[in-house]
Design a binder for this molecule. Structure first.
Ligand code: HEM
Length: 551
């Protein structure tokens, strides 16, 4: 005769079996094509998805009661920082997502009311710290003098003599600027530039979450100055709708001051604000209760941004096969536990600075207009001269429009605009070389004790670049940032990242989405975009078009 405990356990197992069967069926049901839905339905969660989410919640609860692994729920409060890191693939075996990954993202425990869960987004997610993706590799320790020489005018990172046309790559010029906004969304190391920093003391002023904190900041209550007092579900814009509001000294009232660095980043930022406002209108037209409108608009925009990042931006930058691999198999080197994410220094202080080498020196703002240098001409940090604006079709390939300007090929060199940054961008500097973004990138890698590019290549099983490909010899190995750029040049035609850069970037961005309990990848991995799209797949162009339409 069985004991009550054994009976209970058998019941639980039976229930678990039933839920799993039901989930398999739900998984195999075709997802409704949201773009074909009537307009009053396309912003709603399809019932099937909510049902699946509640099934997963139930499954998580059963597994928790059984003492088994609840999908996506941390088993222990031990963070990756506290876990001994064996610097080997899958070292974080306590992470269920890493051990048994799902084809399109990890399955985090979720409530059937996703909005309620996302409303709880103020959960702390990891300390504001940076960590390492390859903690076992030694620091490169290059000669700081050599780094200075490489970055300044006339050094190997200076593309000054190169004409924009000759440096044109294949991607539209706007893509790296979208990358710049992503960078601003997740990482802000505000420490002064120096070669003697304690990397452990660095603090990230941004939450390591792809959640558009750059727009929303603390929301209509905490950051009321960003929102329209008469309609707080919407962002406040300048009277002509082309700028953010500014204070009496011209300083932007904006969630992320770095988005005001130049006209192109600012225009992208404003376009996203306008897309949010447009979504608010559409939700109201669809009859969503007023109390839900802001939160729902925020989730809608954020999830579309995450989708575009994963399905449009990342495949262009690192290649679809690597994206597929990391989605299907999980990260090999970066698998933070849910709500315990952090930014790896290899990402923020080297690999994701790839975009500095994808900047052109000049940009044409409107059809038939002149090409103007990015700096100082397009610097923002204040209102633009009257009549100056950027037509996004000049930097992104938009449906029905002529092809946009192309981004510069990534090749280890930076345009003149970035080799001599204006003082408002760097702040006052004691050492003139600190005006060069290339020098700053190289020094940051040194001060945070990053390993060489070759060491990481060997660790991940990639073929290291040859000294001929690297253009110059670095005595003990190549600084990671420079290595990533040269790898892009020689292994990916300068249009995307190579094995080392691609791996660091793909694992970080996908790992952050997985560790964020409010990302679509965690809450509803089968979610599909619901906003109107011009083509079969939802793209950044669709999001931008939503934000450029007249209100
Ligand atoms: C005109 C365009 C840009 C300018 C003027 C600019 C400027 C800067 C400056 C001044 C820094 C701080 C340097 C330091 O002291 O360490 C920085 C950091 C950074 N930039 Fe850029 N950047 C630009 C474009 C981009 C692009 C296109 C990307 C990526 C696609 C990017 C990614 C980053 C990242 C990841 C950091 C480190 C941020 C942090 O952790 O604080 N930037 N950039």
């Amino acid at each position: 005769m069985s004991t009550p405990a054994e009976d209970e356990s058998a019941d639980l197992r039976e229930l678990e079996g039933e839920v799993k069967t039901e989930l398999t069926e739900a998984d195999s049901r075709p997802i409704q094509d949201a773009s074909g839905m009537p307009t009053d339905e396309w912003l709603m969660d399809p019932y099937a998805q909510r049902y699946e989410v509640s099934l997963r919640t139930l499954l998580g609860a059963i597994e928790a009661v059984e003492g088994g692994s609840s999908t996506g729920t941390p088993q222990t409060e031990t963070t990756q920082a506290e876990t001994p890191q064996a610097d080997s693939p899958k070292a974080d075996s306590s992470n269920p997502d890493a051990a048994a990954p799902e084809p399109d993202g990890g399955r985090a425990a979720a409530d059937d009311d996703c909005l309620a869960l996302v409303r709880a987004a103020d959960w702390p997610v990891g300390a504001a710290r940076y960590e390492r993706m390859f903690p076992g590799l030694p620091a490169l320790d290059p000669d700081p003098g050599q780094l200075m020489d490489a970055g300044v005018s006339g050094g190997i990172c200076d593309a000054a003599a190169l004409l924009d046309k000759a440096a044109d790559g294949a991607e539209a010029a706007g893509w790296p600027f979208f990358g710049q906004l992503i960078a601003h969304d997740i990482t802000a190391d505000r420490s002064p530039i120096s070669d003697s920093l304690d990397p452990e003391a660095l603090r990230n002023a941004r939450a390591p979450r792809l959640d558009l904190e750059i727009l929303y900041s603390d929301g209509p209550v905490g950051s009321a100055y960003l929102y329209d007092r008469d309609d707080p579900a919407k962002f406040l814009l300048s009277p002509d709708g082309r700028d953010v509001p500014r204070n009496t000294q011209g300083v932007a009232l904006i969630g992320e001051p770095r988005d005001d660095v130049h006209l192109i980043a600012l225009t992208l930022h404003v376009t996203l604000l306008r897309a949010h406002n447009r979504i608010v209108d559409l939700l109201r037209e669809a009859g969503v209760p007023e109390a839900d409108v802001f939160d729902r608009a925020r989730v809608t925009l954020t999830w579309h941004y995450q989708w575009v990042l994963l399905h449009d931006f990342l495949p262009r930058l690192v290649g679809q096969p690597l994206v597929n691999e990391v989605l299907a198999e999980g990260g090999r080197w970066f698998t933070p536990l849910p709500r315990h994410a952090y930014i790896p220094l290899e990402f923020s202080h080297a690999a994701f600075r790839y975009g500095h080498s994808q900047m052109r020196h000049t940009y044409q703002l409107v059809a038939d207009g002149p090409a103007v240098p990015l700096f100082p001409d397009l610097m923002s940090f204040g209102p633009q001269p009257p009549g100056r604006h950027l037509d996004l079709a000049q930097v992104f390939d938009l449906p029905g429009q002529s092809p946009a300007q192309r981004a510069k090929r990534i090749d280890g060199r930076l345009p003149a605009s970035l080799i001599a940054l204006p003082e408002p961008v760097t702040g006052a500097v004691d050492v003139p070389a600190h005006r060069s973004l290339a020098t700053r990138d190289l020094l940051r890698g040194h001060s945070t004790a990053l390993p060489s590019g070759e060491a990481i290549a060997r660790r991940i099983g990639a073929r290291p670049l040859t000294s001929r490909e690297l253009d110059r010899s670095w005595p003990n190995g190549t600084p990671l940032w420079f290595y990533v750029l040269k790898e892009a040049e020689h292994r990916a035609d300068g249009d995307r990242l190579g094995p080392v850069g691609g791996r660091i970037v793909a694992e970080t961005l996908i790992g952050l989405l997985r560790a964020d309990p409010t990302s679509y990848l965690s809450l509803q991995p089968d979610w599909r975009p619901t906003l109107p799209a011009a083509g079969p797949g939802y793209s950044l162009a669709d999001l931008l078009l939503l934000g450029t339409r007249p209100a």
